[in-house]
Structure formats: structure tokens, C-alpha cells
Design a protein around this ligand. Structure first.
Ligand code: SF4
Length: 349
């Protein structure tokens, strides 16, 4: 498929052969509630003849999104409970989220902020709200790191990004600026010299956390975009969501983590899917997730191991939920090795 611009409506998806005519009415109903965008780079990766295509599953709306389960919630990770001023989330002592923009180049069907992002979402922070957000960061010397997220901060123009970075440069206690983005994968052409210069404009240490969930997303264009960032001195880490029908098997997860490391991106977080509305078809159990993470232990280099985490609903922050290798027993411990065998620690003399 050779789309030249993002596909944004059910009709455009149907025309591209990604939505069956008989499903169109239900997909229109999904579109009334949740934003749609599929970038040309991602559209080009989809095999329309594969009903289980893992790229399509992430971006093409599904009638299952019309089903909301009782445990799902509009603000699954509790951003609002920790938002002292508009655009800032201050959940942990030493860092804040700065949500400058609420649009994305693609809209993930499992998005944890799906009630906030999109053309009908919370929009871009006004100049006045931006002033208040920077004043908040400046007034809190414990803030060591600012994480630009949203929405996808790399949809902002280099000029807007440079402005943000120059304002952060003036706040001495902020040492690290992190960008959470899908852009290097879904719109790799955006990663050009002007954007990279903007990311470095503060003189602070810059990290880019790349969100990708399937190894096919790491195309040669995506890898080249990441190389431009890393060569410019920007450190990259990954974040992925464990998703049923996308990456919930050890082979796919292993290939994804290896693709990150080959691209000089350190695997960082593997998120258990959040309780976002209309996403139950993506969720697997924590036990299933732990079994997958345990399967990676034996087969992959230590460089390729992500940390499996759950964002505790209600805004209580992240918890590491990978399998415990160590258990207390009779005044010592039993430790499981990567084959599942148990050993006593310390060993008997
Ligand atoms: S890029 Fe991130 S914020 Fe945007 S739709 Fe996807 S998960 Fe949500």
C-alpha cells in the first residue's frame, strides 16, 4: 500500500482495503469516540490480506473498541490526580511529565490516554498554560528530569521544540529532558537536522524513549532515523506495550528486543496493557505476561531484557511485575535459574 498522507477516516481506511465494507458502520461508531490516524510508513507495512496483521491491529480501528468493561477507566494511570497545573503531571518526586501537545502522528487502538489525545482531545497548551507549567518546574528544585509526552512531542515543529528546550535551559535544577515518541518509527522523515538541533537546544542531557511494539516497525528508514539521533549524542531507550495479537509470543518479543539493541536502543519498559476503555481485546493476564518475560530470560542477551511493569490504576505509579527469581526459604533463599531449576543461596559449604 502506498499512501502518501495519513489515513484519518473509516472511509479512507475502507478505500485502502483495511476496513471491510460490511464493518464500516461499526467502525464509524468507533471513530465518533476515538481518533484515527495511520501514517504512510505504517500503512505501507500492513499486509491487507492478513486478517491478523500485527501492524493493522495496532492502528486500524476494531468494532471490539465499542465494548467497555467495568474495570476500564477514562484516565487509567491517574494523570489527573497528579496534575498540579495544566500540562504537568507530578507523580514521582524527581520528575514531571510535560504534556505540551495532545496529538499524535498515529493513534494506537490501545492508547492509555485515548480519552485525552486526538483532534478532539486536550489540544496544545496555550501560551499562558505553558508559562504556568514552566513556572511550576522552576519553583520545584526537586525536579531533576522533565519528560515531554502527551500526545507525541515530536509532532511539534523544530521551532516550537527549540523554544521549549530554551526555556528548560534556564532552569538549572533540570538536568535531563526525555521525549516519549513514536515518530522515528511512524514518521522517520521528521527526524532531520533541524529537529535534532531543537532537541539539543537546552544543553541538557537528552533521552528519546521510542515506543514500538513489533519488530517489523524497525524498518531500515526507522533504524536510519534512530541512528541520526544516536549519532547526535541523544541516548535512546525503548518502551513497548505487551499486546494480545501483536507481540504476545516469545519469538516476536525476542525479535523486537534484538531489533532495539541492534539499533542502539536499550530496551527499557515492557508495559502491561493499561485499563483504557475499549481495549480488553488487547489485554492478557499478568501471569501470561510473566511467562513471556521469563521465556526471554533464557534466550536473550542481558542487553535485550526489558523491565516488565504495571502502572497501578489510580495514579499510584509503576510497579515491577516480572517473575521473582528469589524466594526466602528456611533462613536462606531459593533462586531460579533461566532453565527453571532451583538453587539454594548461599550454597551449603
Ligand atoms: S503515540 Fe502514545 S499517546 Fe499517541 S496514541 Fe499512541 S500510545 Fe497514545
Amino acid at each position: 500500500m502506498n499512501a502518501r498522507r495519513p489515513l484519518r477516516t473509516p472511509a479512507e481506511l475502507a478505500e485502502a482495503g483495511l476496513v471491510a465494507p460490511e464493518d464500516l458502520a461499526r467502525i464509524e461508531a468507533v471513530a465518533e469516540r476515538y481518533a484515527i490516524a495511520l501514517s504512510p510508513a505504517m500503512a505501507g507495512l500492513i499486509d491487507p490480506s492478513d486478517p491478523n496483521d500485527p501492524i493493522a491491529r495496532q492502528f486500524v480501528p476494531d468494532a471490539a473498541e465499542l465494548t467497555t468493561t467495568p474495570e476500564e477507566r477514562d484516565d487509567p494511570i491517574g494523570d489527573l490526580a497528579h496534575s498540579p497545573v495544566e500540562g504537568i503531571v507530578h507523580r514521582y518526586p524527581d520528575r514531571v511529565l510535560l504534556k505540551a501537545v495532545h496529538v499524535c502522528p498515529v493513534y494506537c487502538r490501545f492508547c492509555f490516554r485515548r480519552e485525552m489525545v486526538g483532534p478532539q482531545g486536550l489540544g496544545t497548551l496555550s501560551p499562558d498554560a505553558m508559562d504556568k507549567a514552566f513556572a511550576y518546574v522552576a519553583a520545584h528544585p526537586e525536579i531533576w528530569e522533565v519528560i515531554l509526552t502527551g500526545g507525541d512531542p515530536l509532532v511539534l515543529s523544530p521551532r516550537r521544540l527549540a523554544e521549549i528546550m530554551e526555556r528548560l535551559a534556564a532552569i538549572d535544577h533540570v538536568k535531563v529532558v526525555r521525549f516519549h515518541t513514536r515518530v522515528p518509527v511512524v514518521e522517520p522523515e521528521r527526524i532531520d537536522a533541524a529537529l535534532i538541533a531543537a532537541l539539543k537546544a537546552s544543553g541538557k542531557t537528552a533521552y528519546v524513549a521510542l515506543h514500538a511494539n513489533h519488530p517489523r516497525e524497525l524498518t531500515s528508514d526507522a533504524r536510519a532515523a534512530c541512528a541520526r539521533l544516536v549519532d547526535a549524542g541523544i541516548v535512546m531507550v525503548s518502551q513497548s506495550v505487551l499486546l494480545k495479537g501483536v507481540n504476545d509470543d516469545p519469538e516476536t518479543l525476542a525479535a523486537l528486543m534484538r531489533a532495539f539493541v541492534e539499533t542502539r536502543i536499550k530496551p527499557y519498559y515492557l508495559h502491561h496493557p493499561d485499563l483504557a476503555p475499549g481495549t480488553s481485546h488487547f489485554r492478557l493476564s499478568i501471569e501470561e505476561g510473566r511467562a513471556l518475560v521469563a521465556a526471554l530470560r533464557g534466550r536473550l542477551s542481558g542487553l535485550c531484557q526489558p523491565t516488565y511493569i504495571l502502572d497501578i490504576p489510580g495514579g499510584h505509579g509503576k510497579a515491577v511485575i516480572g517473575a521473582d527469581a528469589v524466594r526466602p526459604k528456611d533462613g536462606c533463599y531459593t533462586v531460579s535459574d533461566f532453565r527453571g531449576n532451583e538453587h539454594v543461596y548461599p550454597p551449603e559449604p
